[in-house]
Write a protein that binds this ligand. Structure first.
Ligand code: ZN
Length: 319
């Protein structure tokens, strides 16, 4: 079952315009930092991105624990929730998030899964009237003052016949804040990495390591191209997949990256001032319920109704 009633490009333009409107309203305030929390969610991914009072959740971990983590981190609403792909260690908690937290937009790669987890999530997106946005490559979303999220992958023509098509078609996001570049890669594997290198990828300060540090990812050509200084691995303590793999760890080390891991270090917080990144690790309690002091207050601008914002291109078929 695919996402129903997906307005596609039209929704994206509404989103860009809506977020731009919020951004303009926030201009008089000093810009805050970009804060990226790679949450300690067990074997899975859940990454919270906050800038200028807006919040984006990229993946929701394997279960409901994410809801408590968001509450303890003071997240009352999400401007955007992204599912990198439909495996349960990424969307297992997403239905609970959609039902518990006011969420404006939901983005995925448009690749359905046969599981009840996927079906129930899509029903929740429909029921809560969260606006669906397709993760088309090149799509840009302005999150705040000098903070832009760009969809790099999957390709418009999805990967087929790979080791794992779900993994290979993960949504890959490039998060830019000033001169700081962060790459969020879902469970992308070698085919995705090779395609990204062929397309041209930026140097990055931070890599959310693909696929929990699996040996099927973090290939040398990819790491050579992106030159990560900081590599964050999200995986569970004693996980049955033996993530991260020794080969991937060796390649990350050879690439000169400093590796942080949620299984041994707990939550990893990255704070960017637009020029440099500071890293803090530890239990979620240590981080409290607030952003660093420079953060702006939450945005309160209303979501525009569909009829109030013109679409430059008209509709687009659901994936
Ligand atoms: Zn995964």
């Amino acid at each position: 079952m695919g996402p129903r009633g997906a307005p596609g490009l039209q929704a994206t333009w509404r989103m860009v315009l809506a977020l731009c409107a919020v951004w303009l309203g926030a201009l008089p305030a000093l810009a805050g930092p970009l804060v990226v929390d790679v949450l300690d969610i067990g074997q899975g991914d859940a990454i919270l991105v906050r800038a200028d009072g807006r919040a984006v959740l990229v993946d929701a971990g394997p279960g409901r624990a994410i809801v408590d983590q968001l509450e303890r981190l003071g997240v009352r609403r999400l401007d955007l929730a992204v599912a990198s792909h439909a495996h349960a260690d990424h969307i297992g908690g997403m239905q609970a998030v959609i039902e518990a937290v006011d969420t404006r937009f939901y983005m995925d790669n448009g690749q359905p899964h046969t599981t009840a987890t996927y079906r129930d999530l899509m029903r929740a997106v429909d029921d809560r009237r969260v606006t669906y946005v397709a993760a088309d490559p090149g799509r840009e979303i302005t999150l705040g003052d000098d903070v832009v999220l760009t969809v790099l992958a999957p390709p418009a023509r999805p990967f087929t016949d790979t080791r794992s098509d779900h993994n290979s078609n993960s949504v890959v996001l490039w998060l830019r804040h000033g001169t700081v570049d962060i790459l969020l890669t879902g469970d992308a594997e070698e085919p995705t990495e090779a395609w990204l290198v062929a397309q041209g990828v930026p140097d990055v300060e931070v890599l959310k390591v693909p696929h929990h540090g699996s040996d099927h990812s973090s290939t040398t050509p990819f790491l050579t191209a992106i030159k990560p200084e900081i590599a964050v691995i999200s995986c569970g303590r004693g996980n049955k997949y033996d993530h991260p793999g020794p080969d991937a760890l060796a390649r990350l080390e050879a690439a000169g990256a400093t590796v942080y891991r949620t299984d041994t270090m707990g939550q990893v917080r990255l704070v960017s001032d637009g020029a440099a990144v500071q890293v803090t690790t530890g239990s979620i309690d240590r981080f409290g319920a607030s952003l660093p002091a420079a953060a702006s207050p939450p945005a309160t601008a209303p979501v525009p109704t569909p009829s109030s914002t013109p679409s430059p291109t008209g509709g687009e078929e659901a994936p």
